[in-house]
Design a protein around this ligand. Sequence first.
Ligand code: GLU
Length: 416
Amino acid sequence: MTKENLNPFEIAQQQISEAGKYISLDPAIEEILKQPKRVLEVTFPVRMDDGTVRVFKGIRSQHNDAIGPYKGGVRYHPDVTVDEVKALSMWMTFKCGVVGLPYGGGKGGVICNPKELSQGELQRISRAYIEAIAPIIGPDKDIPAPDVYTNAQVMAWMMDAYSRLQGSNQFGVVTGKPIVVGGSLGREKATAQGCVFVIIKAAEKLGLDLKGAAVAIQGYGNVGSQAAFLLNQLGCKIVALSDSRGGIYNPDGIDLDKVSEHKSSTGSCVNLPGSRSITNAELLELPVDILIPAALENQITADNAARVKAKVVAEAANGPTTPEASRILYANGITVIPDILANAGGVTVSYFEWVQNLMHYYWSEEEVFEKLRTNMYNAFDNVYAASQQHQVDLRTGAYIVAISRIAEAIKVRGYA
Ligand code: GLU
């Protein structure tokens, strides 16, 4: 057997071709969509706390802006690559397309290890990165947001650095900000909340009772921990969790308050008293009803997909399942709610935040979640209908919905 291709950029290109077959996608449009429109690579010096200067590398990929400004997060991670950022920017285009937001896709990354950086160093990196990419971003050009290992504080520094360059407050240049500087209520919980809304819809279609349903979550960061909390409130039993150091399993259910306490005192969920230690790989193969990969790319591959036992896989992470693994899961009757739908709640509330910034008028959390619910339910229904119509999995259905919309915009604008 040939080794499976795990390059996320090539995977994103394959996903376009796969969906394109069902809608007789114009070859010119397919070619346009298979490459980002612009990729900027920057290097910038940062003074470290010990007085030395280190040069960091940053990337911003702008995939497509046919429907609106580029939109997407910035990831801080030691393993960030250009191809990964390009793929993530493509997935943002389709994510915005599937939920019907007036945005295209963008993504950024800085190669660094935030776990080894002080707050001062992080602030200087964030400001320097934004200054380096400032010529190509802006509230109506490209709007960054949080992603892996970036948060509201990082967004505040980025917004401030850009505002200083412009000479006036530019709250709309970045989303995911703290509330006091133009953030939206509900943004922190939005990705997890959106994921839970589509899990509710999928469970309804499958006749799966969420009360007592066993859930395993890979990645206990912002999204994973919030999803655990929300699903717990719906009566689900969280039986397994993990972070970068490993995982824990208790078939009777894990007490999330104890996890929070343990995590704040030890920095990790591993070795929680009363649970069994498992690896991140073992977590994916547990006998559960719902599996939520909420960490990084390429977790479910051709090597382990046949051993996944969940009834529903909800992709809170971007790109956790390879194309070959998707085919195996589909053949085994497992419902995969694809990343571009399952984690679209984050960018949807980013959109709400940007709208609030542009009109200087702010909504209640209730209003935000009500609008989010409507958007996610509609998006799920559209994706489900496309998958039924073409007899394909939900991922291909989601791409069909997104690509049809973007292709129409590309056509009417006269590019193809
Ligand atoms: N980084 C998140 C994502 O991958 C959010 C992007 C945004 O809010 O613009 O969807």
